[in-house]
Design a protein around this ligand. Structure first.
Ligand SMILES: N[C@@H](CCC(=O)N[C@@H](CS)C(=O)NCC(=O)O)C(=O)O
Length: 210
């Protein structure tokens, strides 16, 4: 298998953080990563469009030569073939909790951070759009508050004592916000604590560049 990625891009980063968490806990995962430059437009070239018809990242190339797209589907597949340690929950109730948190981290935070950064400081050179950025900031408030409340009991990770996919997704979103100079954490003290502690860990340091 091969994983096609671009550093800093949040959807590839959530998958790379999940892999780093598994490796840090002892999983032996041989999965080479190949960079496709979003900055240089390599994702819209025929070579990459053959992997992903929409020209996006990440893409997982399977051993039979077929391509799997969508970071959530890729994360679930990797979880199934490398189940230890579990990053999507170990029991029905844990899995349900992880899915609940993942909806908040992905649809509620990562998606809006993407809109804000591309409307203010787009690394792809998209035009600034203050209205879209303001809508993004306002849409972020509810999900960020929910996640901040979840951390109010000083738990180290969103789902409790162990990292899970929503931690990876949230950190991928926060890294993209830092890179795009979007201030999104003002007033969310529990999330600030979680962010600082998560970034100090070796698994995160192996992936994060901002
Ligand atoms: N829903 C997709 C979104 C993929 C996506 O939008 N990836 C971004 C990078 S984070 C990308 O490739 N953007 C380039 C483009 O849309 O042209 C997923 O979760 O994989």
């Amino acid at each position: 298998m091969k994983l096609y990625v671009f550093m800093m891009a949040p959807n590839p980063t959530r998958v790379r953080l999940l892999l780093a968490e598994k490796r840090a806990a002892g999983a032996e995962i041989d999965l080479p990563e190949i960079t496709v430059s979003l900055i240089e437009g390599e994702h819209k070239q025929p070579e990459h469009l053959a992997r992903h018809p929409l020209g996006k990242l990440p893409v997982l190339e399977l051993d039979d030569g077929s391509f799997l797209t969508e970071s959530g589907a890729i994360a679930e597949y990797l979880e199934e073939i490398y189940p230890d340690p579990p990053l999507l929950g170990a029991s029905p109730v844990e899995r349900a909790r992880v899915r609940e948190l993942e909806c908040l981290a992905n649809g509620g935070v990562l998606a809006h951070v993407g809109r804000i950064v591309h409307a203010t400081n787009s690394p792809l050179g998209l035009p600034a759009n203050p209205e879209v950025a303001a809508e993004g900031h306002s849409a972020l408030a509810g999900p960020l508050q929910c996640l901040d409340d979840r951390l109010a009991d000083s738990r180290p990770f969103l789902a409790g004592e162990r990292p899970t996919l929503p931690d990876c997704t949230l950190q991928a979103a926060f890294q993209f916000a830092r890179f795009g100079k979007a201030e999104i954490l003002e007033g969310y003290e529990n999330l600030k604590r979680w962010d600082a502690a998560f970034r100090e860990r070796e698994a995160a340091k192996a992936v994060l560049v901002a």
